[in-house]
Write a protein that binds this ligand. Sequence first.
Ligand SMILES: N[C@@H](CCC(=O)N[C@@H](CS)C(=O)NCC(=O)O)C(=O)O
Length: 216
Amino acid sequence: MIDLYTWKTPNGWKASCTLEELGLEYRVEPVDLETGAQKTPEFLSINPNGRIPAIIDRDEDDFVVFESGAILIHLAEKAGKLLPSDSRGRSKVIQWLMFQIGGLGPMQGQAHVFLRTFPEKLPSAIARYQNETKRLFGVLDGQLARSEYLAGDFSIADIANWSWARVHGLAGVSIEPFPNLQRWIATLEARPACARGLLVPGPTEYHLDNLKPGLV
Ligand SMILES: N[C@@H](CCC(=O)N[C@@H](CS)C(=O)NCC(=O)O)C(=O)O
């Protein structure tokens, strides 16, 4: 049994969609970012970084994992799925997972913040992060022109990047120039397990006219 601490955001969906895809049993502990639940002493004792997601693996002496990439690897290894065991196959998946964690997530997240929630409108900051997000979408599109999924078979790398790319509109970056990215987003949206994961811990309230500061 896994306890999943999460909220309705791309990094949260990475964990919930992975759990659904793997068919692992889990319990949801909502961490309402809008009330600051992620900064309470109780949650900071689970994730000292005060961000979601985090898990507690009850089958492994209550082993705690924070950082979404580490969570996805832990879950994939636990289930023996979505991460190859041979060293090169595994490396390819981890490369594209790191691409999301170190690149797409931070850049797209900042594009969203500077575009929609930052108190000042700074055109140069907005352009910087939107351009970088667009460049990274181009990298994904190029890879997806060569293969159906990012790293061989469907994997945790796909779930991680898709969780962000699907909400490109929040960052104001169009995917219109990227047909392979569009095709792959549609493929993942159609997976029943991914669709279930997107409803954890509840239906999303992401409407472009109803965005709260700093939650991505
Ligand atoms: N590097 C972290 C980033 C986690 C993260 O930024 N989570 C956001 C939600 S998508 C969050 O908890 N934001 C609340 C806050 O910053 O207080 C990971 O990949 O787990």
